[in-house]
Design a protein around this ligand. Structure first.
Ligand SMILES: O=P(O)(O)OC[C@H]1O[C@H](O)[C@H](O)[C@@H](O)[C@@H]1O
Length: 378
């Protein structure tokens, strides 16, 4: 089958990795990923059921881990998102001194056992994929009592073939709709019923668009409150060659200084050490200029007033089991978010948060944040 004729395809990648690929005729693509079947079966005993082809809209149950976009490529087939070479549960063993292969079996909720020559090591269940676009919900970071960044990034999402209508449908049909509802276990840790619909779409020019719709479906009449972020890892040539525009002079909370509030002073944001800041009430457009690659990412966002900027730098990188020691040089997270003013929904209410990413050649001039001008430049 010619891939060009299939805007949405369900397939398997390396090591049986389940993924949905969105394709755009000029060559751009995006992938939403799961963990490999085999691996998931070993770890948590969840089976996958493919009941048809997505292109034919006959799929009823496809589970994708985290509703996580793991790849976004332009029409030159260049990867635009960073994903760590060490992501995934297998690599978590690396820094604990345990070697694979080992026998793995499920111990029930939350614990796994690896046995190597009589030596037992207990691991946490699979973590979020390190890179791409993890979804942080219902809590950003440690701003609350839930696990870091909430649980949505560590759950299986389902493909939804017939979601409630969006105002517009992408003309190229390169989109996929996912849904997450809480399990019984989730309700024990966050006692709120919700429907989280995520549409991942690839625009005709290769733009990657994520739209989240979160609805309170509580039957007990209670509202709920959440924080949220698209935790986007951009791939950059060299972090010291990168500049972020659109956040100058804004107030931010510095996660490295007890979330204290400061005001940004510089002309544009550049990087020479660890950064972990939540910029507040940011403009709808933010640009990331990569001088070496001569590429500019433009983030357009709606319903997401804040923007997190994160790079772990060398020391933290070394401490992260699922991250290469030098990989901090090639990534930058700029995360469209709603954090400072958490969102509250009454039963029946729905919230929308949208992020649109473009990658354009850097004939883009500094300070020129009109996205139309950016898109017209070549
Ligand atoms: O390691 P993770 O849980 O994926 O979090 C990675 C990072 O996410 C955000 O950017 C936070 O602001 C950081 O404080 C955190 O270190």
């Amino acid at each position: 089958m010619s891939s060009e004729k299939i805007p949405v395809e369900l397939c398997k990648g390396i090591n049986g990795l389940d993924k949905v690929i969105l394709r755009e005729p000029r060559g751009s693509s995006a992938e939403c990923c799961g963990l490999s079947n085999q691996f998931r079966l070993q770890f948590v005993g969840i089976s996958f059921h493919f009941l048809g082809s997505i292109a034919g809209l006959a799929v009823q149950k496809v589970y994708l881990y985290g509703g996580h976009v793991t790849s976004w490529k332009n029409d030159h087939y260049e990867e635009l998102l960073f994903v760590s070479s060490k992501f995934g549960p297998l690599d978590l063993t690396k820094k604990s001194g345990v070697q694979l292969p080992m026998r793995l079996s499920s111990l029930g909720v939350g614990e796994l056992v690896g046995e190597v020559g009589g030596f037992l090591a207990i691991f946490k269940p699979p973590k979020a994929i390190r890179g791409g676009i993890p979804i942080c919900f219902p809590q950003f970071s440690s701003h609350g009592f839930l696990e870091q960044h909430g649980f949505a990034r560590n759950r299986f999402w389902t493909v939804e073939s017939d979601p409630p209508p969006f105002p517009t449908k992408p003309s190229n049909n390169a989109f996929i709709d996912l849904i997450l509802r809480p399990s019984e276990e989730d309700l024990k840790i966050w006692p709120h019923s919700f429907e989280f619909r995520l549409r991942v779409a690839l625009g005709p020019g290769g733009d990657l668009m994520l739209t989240s719709r979160i609805r309170n479906t509580n039957a007990d009449g209670k509202p709920f409150t959440f924080t949220f972020a698209y935790h986007t890892y951009f791939s950059v040539s060299d972090i010291s060659e990168v500049r972020v525009e659109g956040l100058e002079t804004l107030d931010y909370l510095d996660n490295l200084q007890n979330k204290e509030r400061f005001t940004e002073q510089g002309d544009a944001i550049t990087f020479e050490s660890e950064v972990d800041k939540i910029y507040l009430s940011t403009p709808m457009k933010i640009a990331i200029l990569d001088h070496e690659k001569k590429r500019t990412f433009v983030i357009r966002k709606d319903g997401l007033p804040d923007a997190v900027v994160w790079n772990p730098w060398d020391k933290k990188a070394k401490a992260m089991a699922d991250f290469g020691d030098d990989e901090y040089k090639h990534m930058l997270c700029v995360e469209a978010a709603a954090i400072e003013k958490p969102i509250t929904l009454k039963p029946g209410e729905e919230w929308r948060g949208r992020q649109e990413l473009s990658a354009v050649p850097s004939s883009y001039c500094s300070g020129q944040l009109d996205p139309q001008k950016v898109l017209r430049s070549s």
